[in-house]
Design a protein around this ligand. Structure first.
Ligand SMILES: Nc1ncnc2c1ncn2[C@@H]1O[C@H](COP(=O)(O)OP(=O)(O)OP(=O)(O)O)[C@@H](O)[C@H]1O
Ligand SMILES: [Mg+2]
Length: 360
């Protein structure tokens, strides 16, 4: 059963269309991540679901109940904002109790729920403190607690970790996954950080300028993006995109002098593009330093060690090609090196509409 269902949802602010024909579902118990660049409409989608904004057209259902005309407090969802304003004069206990007080829970029940929630989040020892006496991570846990304490059917998280430093973010990501495993409540989680999306999501929705580009598992988005935008947005460092021409016998010519012989298996799909320009996409880990029979030779311009892996940047005309490596032994900047492309892994994109040619 789908927990949350959006059907043809659109949103205008005045005459500006912010969301176009949004269709998706969050399944029962699913951790869904909504990702996209700043301003693409992510928070607006959450606000429509929570009832903080009205849809212009379309329908929203939670467990089969139409939400469109229900006031926010009657919607069984809890939202956690990036800016997790806690009440500064309330203790942690009072902050956690507040959503239940609003809903007129009995005092005993409130106490029971607050203690249970504090236990789940590991903040039982902080209940008598005020927010200013908490660290950033502890405050964030209290903010999550305020959502959990109500036991809603759906959590809406709007970039809840973006105020935390890098280490704490990684820790909180782990804690969120554990929490989700225990509570099994469906989550719709917004971020513009693709790494966060990849590590948290059972499924990811990629949004651009108010339109859904693709919905899929992290692996589907990475290995089979539906267009050049998704290909470029998911993965770090980003996929290499080379503009060139398809020729017969099947080959890809780029920068006018480099040639890659393409596997015959692509012939049927690429035949419509003979003599035309396309983009070839290849991930940094699918280019290898060649010891023999190298396909192209490029100058190594920069070595970027990041600890466990090394990124090598090669000059290609006006652009650069990035290669992911395990070791930098024997490499030096300025060297001309041979590279081989794992041609079974390459993607092709239409230059006009950006579509993944292998998928269309
Ligand atoms: N109340 C409003 N009135 C008019 N325009 C709005 C309103 N709220 C949002 N917008 C516009 O709608 C667009 C989408 O905003 P939204 O906050 O959903 O983006 P976002 O994807 O959450 O971005 P970010 O990653 O920066 O938080 C933006 O262009 C924004 O300026
Ligand atoms: Mg936002």
């Amino acid at each position: 059963m789908s927990e949350l269902l959006l059907i043809k949802v659109t949103k205008y602010f005045d005459k500006t269309q912010i969301l176009k024909d949004i269709n998706f579902e969050v399944k029962e118990g699913e951790f869904c991540v909504l990702v996209g660049p700043s301003g693409c409409g992510k928070s607006t989608i959450l606000r429509l679901i929570a009832g903080l904004e009205e849809v212009t057209s379309g329908e929203i259902y939670l467990q089969g109940i139409k939400l469109n005309d229900l006031p926010p407090k009657e919607r069984d969802v809890a939202m956690v904002f990036q800016n997790y304003a806690l009440y500064p004069h309330f203790t942690v206990f009072e902050n956690l109790a507040f959503p239940l007080k609003l809903r007129r829970f009995q005092k005993d029940k409130i106490r029971e729920r607050v203690l249970e929630t504090a236990d789940i989040l590991g903040i039982s020892s902080l209940l008598q403190r005020k927010p200013k006496a908490l660290s950033g991570g502890e405050r964030q846990r209290v903010a999550l607690g305020r959502a959990i304490v109500r036991k809603p059917n759906l959590f809406l998280f709007d970039e809840p970790l973006s105020n935390l430093d890098a280490m704490l973010r990684i820790q909180m990501r782990g804690e969120l996954l554990k929490l989700h495993k225990n509570l099994k409540t469906s989550i719709l989680y917004v971020t513009h950080d693709q790494l966060e999306a990849m590590t948290l999501g059972d499924r990811i929705l990629v949004l651009k300028e108010g339109t859904i580009q693709q919905i899929g598992t992290p692996l589907q988005l990475y290995s089979s993006p539906s267009n050049i935008f998704v290909a470029g947005f998911i993965g770090s460092p980003p996929i290499n995109l080379l503009k060139g021409k398809i020729n017969f016998p099947l080959e890809f010519i780029f920068e006018e002098k480099y040639r890659l012989s393409l596997p015959d298996k692509w012939e049927k799909i690429l035949k419509d593009y003979l003599g035309k320009e396309i983009y070839l996409g290849i991930r940094p880990e699918d280019i290898h330093i060649a010891t023999e029979k190298e396909e192209i030779k490029l100058e190594l311009e920069q070595i970027e060690p990041t600890g466990g892996e090394i990124f090598l940047y090669f000059r290609l005309g006006e652009k650069r090609v990035v290669v992911r490596q395990r070791s930098k032994d024997g490499l030096c900047v300025g060297a001309i090196m041979g590279l081989n492309f794992d041609l079974d892994k390459v993607l092709y994109f239409d230059v006009n509409n950006g579509d993944n040619i292998l998928k269309s």
